[in-house]
Design a protein around this ligand. Sequence first.
Ligand SMILES: [Fe+2]
Ligand SMILES: [Fe+2]
Ligand SMILES: [Fe+2]
Length: 281
Amino acid sequence: MDKTKIAELLNEDLEDEHGAIIQYLNHAYAMGEGELACEIEAIARDEMRHLDWLAETIVELGGTPSLKRGKMRLGGESVAKWMGNDVLLEEDAITQYKVHIKAIDDPKIKRLLQRIVADEAAHHDKFEHFVEKAPRAGAKDIRGTRQDKTTRILNRGIKHEYTVILQYLFHAYISPNKDVKREMDDQAINEMQHLGWLAEEMVDGGGNPKIEHTEVDQSTQTADMLRADIKIEREVAAEYDRAAREVADPDLKKLLHRIRDNEIYHADVFSDLLAEEEPPD
Ligand SMILES: [Fe+2]
Ligand SMILES: [Fe+2]
Ligand SMILES: [Fe+2]
C-alpha cells in the first residue's frame, strides 16, 4: 500500500478520534462536576493523544491531517443512554482500526494502531461500566435552556476556543519549526482549558454549551500561520475584555479577565516567534 493511501486511512481514524473527543466532552460537560464527568474527560484526553499520534504519522507520510470531525453519536434521554452511545462509538472505532491494521503493511504504523485499539478496548469496558454506574451515581443532564447576553458571550468564547485548538494543533503538525511546534502544542492545551472553563461556567449557569467551531486557518508557511494566529489572539483578547465589562457577576468577570490575559500572552509569544521567523532586514 502506498503512503498516500495509508495517510487516507489514518485520516479516517483521525476524524473519528475528533468526533469521539467532542462527543465525550459534550457528555462530561452536560453532567456538571463529579467523578463520572472527570473519568469521561480523562478518556477524551486519551483520544486527544491518539489524534496527535495519527496526525504526526500522517505528516511523516507526506499527508495533511484532516480537520473534519467524524461521526458522533449524540442524543439519548438519560446519562445511561449516553454511556451506551459511547460504548457503540468505541465499538465502531475498534472495528475500523482492525480493518486498517489488516490493510496496512507498514510494521511501525500497525504497531501504533494496535496500541490505540488496546486503549479503545479499555474505554469500551469503562463505558459499559458507566452505563451501570450513571444511575447509581445520580448522574444527570444538568444543562438548562438559559439564553441571554451571558450565554451568548460564553458560547462565542467556546466557539473561538474550539477553533484555535484545531488551528494551533494544525499549525504544530504542519510547521517544520521546532519552537513553533512546541509553543503551538502548549497554547493548544491552554485553549483546551479555556474551553473547559467556559463550558463548565455555562452549564453551572443553566445554559447549554454549543461545541462548534468556525473556519480554521490552514496556512502552510510558518510566517503566515503566525500572522493569522496573532491576529485572532488580538481580536479575541479585545472581545473578552469587552465581554468582561458587560457582565455583572464578579466571578465571571474574573474568569474572562484571566482568559483575556492568557490570550494577550499568546499574541506576545507568537509575535516573538514571528520576529525570529522573519528577522527585520
Ligand atoms: Fe476510545
Ligand atoms: Fe483561549
Ligand atoms: Fe489564545
